[in-house]
Design a protein around this ligand. Sequence first.
Ligand SMILES: *Cc1c(COP(=O)(O)O)cnc(C)c1O
Ligand code: SF4
Length: 371
Amino acid sequence: MITAPTPRHPAWADLPDALWNDWRWQMRNRVTDAAKLGELLALTEAERRGIAGRNGQFAFAVTPYYLSLMEGPNCPVRRQGVPHEDELLETPWDMRDPLAEDAHSPVPILTHRYPDRALLYVTHNCPVYCRHCTRSRKVGDEASAPSAAMFEAAFAYLARTPAIRDVLVSGGDPLSLSDHKLAEIVRRLREIPSIDVIRLCTRNPVTLPQRITPGLVESLRPFHPLFVHTHFNHPRECTPEAGAALARLADAGFVLGNQMVLLRGINDTPEIVAALGRWLLRQRCRPYYMFQCDPVGGTTHLRVPIARGLAILDALRGQVSGLAIPQYAVDLPGGGGKVTLVPEREIRRDGDARVYRDVFGREFTYFDLPD
Ligand SMILES: *Cc1c(COP(=O)(O)O)cnc(C)c1O
Ligand code: SF4
């Protein structure tokens, strides 16, 4: 956790605060080429090979703010933002679109998997291209954007499918759009009477907290109930700037939840997940999901065995507030949707007696009722 304002990388130490705190400046000055990144960080050979090998496939981009959080090669922020040669590993289980999102698209920018929910993709852009991204097949193509006709087709589908009550606005990162464009999309969704819940799925509070401006919040506020799913993965991302972004959203009535992805060597210990959860609760943001990393090509080195994920969850119970414990979800490859996994606490059954293990390893019996 970082308590003082995030120290800037020396390259930007003398920049006026007004520019540093301006999200447009941060976006314009993203680091997107290898030479520039090499001037700012002492890149390892493995990183150089990763950058070269992924060029044209899944490029990188990093905001000056997020780059300023990076330390040595094992830094959890750096490993999420800087390509590594391990991304070039090819395995038989690599998939391009592990969740079959494209196959379940009734119209091009919408995935409709569960009867009552739909996922709307509004942009391909993000401030930072997370190396573990499930949608690496389509994010980062900054020259392309969904057309007005695609948006109209999606709104029409949602209007004629009243079973859909919950729409997740995703991408890419929807906050890459202008305030006006985003508010216009949300306004159109709000006009559809069958939609109860609108969720904005955004990593901007993590990678570009400057984006959460009073103007953004005010332009969306008329369309509540709005939920925000953000994506903090490690306490090193928990800065005063990020905290201020979440506070601004919470103060304006947005309901905040965090979706972390379990990543090998980055956040795969109970201590890290607990520390992250405690910080999030202090920002009024509830840990919602802890995702198993999807089997998308280029992420094998980041995936954690499910048994380890379950052990982390098991260790959290009894150590942190239940409010800080996320659901552990595996999104089933091929488009089966999410399943949530729970550590096994039942030791044995003896007739109606069910014997459970408590958080200290002691045994307790619950006498169940016959049905
Ligand atoms: C994750 C997801 C949702 C939302 O699922 P919740 O469990 O309600 O958060 C909806 N549609 C698709 C296609 C998804 O992948
Ligand atoms: S912000 Fe989200 S969509 Fe964008 S690269 Fe990161 S994980 Fe992928």
